[in-house]
Design a protein around this ligand. Structure first.
Ligand SMILES: [Zn+2]
Length: 273
């Protein structure tokens, strides 16, 4: 591991505050833009909360049909990812009845915010969770920040007594957590994240709530392996990118550290547009 990453890892690990042990039993809804974000960002936490007896639901906002649409029929990919998500959730300890699919077309959530809002509000109202997990506000992909925005807006519509935890996915893709390698677009995105995090400063100021997951990493890995379309090349074509291809595997390594990191955020009033 390069020295800069080692230093960052040391700083982040020593700056963190433990998620309170009493919280493991609290009910939660995980809002996941795509089928795999829930496992990558919160998989270990979900496993530990289920072990403690918590009631957990996962809401998938989009249908995931766009990840490899240039090589597989989107309808086929949608069905595949739906089944993968159900299998992964089972490994995490959930029942099929705990999973909701809102099925907005992959990549279009920002255009469907008004349609998604009542659906999210209905789930929040019916379940009334003690915690909600949403993507980190500085996530770059549009489905990720749209998920953040829709859930925050839904939380404004009623009085909920809950804590919001934001989880990073693509935000990890920044130097020195990942090296500056790949296509120009990927390097640019890595530099952008590095800049917007203040060269890692945000990891210390925001993402300082952590859950120890080292003892459940094997189970988390097994859950991620159920997302076969994202970790295996299902078509013999090098343009079928897998999570392991990104930044030579360094991106995936970020999700298999001893801790999962969260930002326990406040509810922010945001109008949809
Ligand atoms: Zn995603």
């Amino acid at each position: 591991m390069n020295p800069a990453r080692q230093l960052y890892r040391y700083l982040v690990t020593n700056n963190r505050q433990d998620y309170h042990p009493q919280n493991f039993r609290k009910s939660a809804i995980i809002f996941s833009p795509h089928q795999d974000d829930e496992t990558l960002g919160c998989g270990g936490t979900i496993i530990r909360k289920k072990q403690a007896g918590a009631d957990i639901k996962i809401v998938f906002m989009t249908d995931g049909s766009g990840s490899h649409a240039h090589l597989m029929n989107p309808q086929k990919l949608k069905t595949l990812r739906r089944n993968e998500a159900l299998e992964a959730a089972e490994v995490l300890g959930l029942d099929r009845s705990d999973i909701f699919f809102l099925d907005f077309q992959d990549g279009t959530l920002k255009f469907n915010q008004q349609k998604a809002l009542p659906k999210v509000l209905e789930i929040l109202t019916n379940f009334d969770p003690e915690e909600v997990f949403i993507p980190y506000s500085k996530e770059e992909p549009s489905d990720h920040w749209a998920t953040y925005k829709i859930v925050q807006s839904a939380l404004q519509q009623s009085t909920f007594n809950l804590t919001v935890y934001e989880y990073p996915i693509w935000f990890w893709r920044q130097w020195p957590w990942t090296s500056l390698v790949g296509r120009p677009r990927e390097i640019l995105s890595c530099l952008k994240n590095t800049w917007s995090s203040g060269f890692g400063y945000k990891f210390l100021t925001d993402l300082n709530c952590s859950v120890y997951v080292a003892d459940v990493l094997e189970q988390k890995k097994m859950a991620l392996e159920e997302h076969r379309s994202q970790i295996q090349r299902l078509v013999d074509d090098s343009s079928w990118m897998t999570l392991g291809d990104l930044s030579k595997g360094e991106f995936l390594d970020c999700f298999f550290q001893d801790y999962e990191f969260f930002y326990p955020s406040k509810i922010i009033s945001q109008k949809l547009n």
